[in-house]
Ligand binder design. Structure first.
Ligand code: ZN
Length: 437
């Protein structure tokens, strides 16, 4: 059974008012372009929708910023989350991603800590401070702390305790960083195994104390530990990058993770639509939970907002088979976008008592059909949505979606109109080198 269903966001991408200006489509470490009122409203809409539709929690990166109200705004969101019966989790970078307080004058902003203590910076192999500009839509350079310095671990643990004492969050998702690791002499001497953009040994070093710091203030809080990896084994000697498989030494590092936490995995490169291969891995036993997370329907890897209910069904089935009890997908965009709406509802349904096998047809018949004009139209909706991958069929698919929209009324009609608009974007780009008519 799946009993933990999470949506994952960066604050600057969250758009739950259907029509709103100035929001990023994707990315990390961007500026937040709205006001405090925008921040509270957009995330409140998201939390309340989750509460009404059976999703358990929302992870927000960039949760604490001076630019959108800091602690007071997050306290208001905690109230909304509690009223909605949804867990609000802060995304917290332990050695990267800004620390506990993403941006502002707070001493719990990792950037401020490193400005005060430049000797505690992580170092690159050339001895320079590790300040990394992530490629793509992540404009703010990321400062990294050296995980081998006990002062940084102490700072991290004190910050987590401050966070839980200051705002009534339900928990955290923690990460050590996936934008290259500290290469200082202390770190090189400490680590036995190879590294890539991340280090399993750094995770093992920080995750136990970090979780204990959270639970020392809020026993029972949800703690999600990011592995940046898929459980499928990779060959000895290689340290896979983000979304790669687990190297032989992952097991000894996982053995040091706290058992009361949830371990989070990355599905993308071992699953539909990119690489639908069989999974032979068995997950380590004894944890509170195991979460499989996928970048479905985002511009990070695929196409933003696209209908992904069939791929999610496959991922859910594979995840259940290897022993996962949690699923997580991106949740930054409003359910007004029908691709997002269907994906979120599928997340709520797969692995539930009503659909224990995560069966796509069952979802289409019970959940999607009433939203789209009936069972036959629900099946048709998914087939036409896939028209993006078949340029020769796009014209026909778009015309068919328009016809169904015209024949229906209310929200079912709007959902078909959304699909016609969505497909027509690719149709437009395919004509006359994107200049259209
Ligand atoms: Zn170091």
């Amino acid at each position: 059974m799946i009993d933990l269903r999470l949506l994952w966001t960066w604050d600057h991408c969250v758009q739950w008012t259907a029509a709103r200006a100035g929001v990023h489509d994707w990315g990390a470490s961007n500026e937040f372009s709205g006001t405090t009122a925008d921040f509270v409203r957009e995330h409140s809409l998201l939390l309340r929708w989750c509460g009404r539709h059976g999703l358990d929690g929302v992870v927000v990166w960039g949760l604490l910023r001076d630019g959108h109200g800091g602690v007071d705004a997050v306290k208001r969101l905690c109230d909304v989350a509690h009223e909605a019966g949804v867990r609000l989790l802060a995304g917290v970078g332990l050695n990267a991603y800004g620390g506990v307080y993403y941006e502002g004058s707070s001493p719990w902003s990792l950037n401020n800590h490193l400005a005060r203590h430049p000797e505690l910076f992580a170092l690159r192999a050339d001895g320079q401070r590790h300040i990394y500009q992530v490629a793509g839509n992540a404009p703010q350079p990321m400062l990294h702390a050296c995980p081998s310095r006990p002062e940084n671990l102490d700072y991290c643990l004190e910050g987590l305790r401050w966070l839980l004492e200051t705002v009534p969050l339900d928990g955290v998702q923690v990460e050590t960083g996936d934008s290259y690791v500290c290469e200082c002499p202390l770190c090189r001497e400490r680590r036995v195994h190879p590294v890539s953009v991340m280090s399993w040994e750094d995770m093992a070093l920080f995750y136990g104390p970090a979780a204990d710091a959270v639970w020392s203030v809020r026993p029972g809080a949800t703690v999600v530990l990011e592995t940046y990896s898929h459980p499928q084994p990779v060959s000895a000697g290689s340290a896979a990058g983000f979304g790669g498989g687990s190297p032989p030494w992952a097991a000894e590092c996982l053995a040091q993770f706290p058992r009361e936490a949830h371990v989070q995995w990355v599905a993308d490169y071992f699953a539909a639509p990119l690489n639908p291969v069989p999974w032979t891995a068995r997950l380590p036993q004894g944890f509170a939970g195991q979460i499989m997370r996928a970048h479905l329907a985002t511009w990070w890897i695929g196409r933003g907002d696209e209908v992904a209910i069939d791929w999610l069904a496959q991922i859910a089935q594979q995840s259940l088979a290897v022993g996962c009890n949690g699923l997580s997908i991106f949740g930054d965009k409003s359910a007004f976008r029908t691709g997002c709406e269907l994906n979120y509802l599928a997340l709520a349904d797969y692995g539930s008592a009503a659909n224990p096998g995560a069966d796509l047809d069952s979802f289409l018949e019970r959940i999607a059909a009433p939203l789209l004009g009936g069972p036959a139209l629900a099946t048709e909706y998914l087939r036409l949505a896939r028209g993006i991958a078949s340029p020769a069929d796009l014209d026909q698919a778009t015309a068919t979606a328009r016809r169904h929209a015209a024949a229906l009324t209310g929200r079912p009609a709007e959902r078909w109109a959304w699909l016609a608009w969505y497909l027509s974007r690719w149709l437009y780009d395919a004509r006359d080198d994107g200049l259209g008519d």
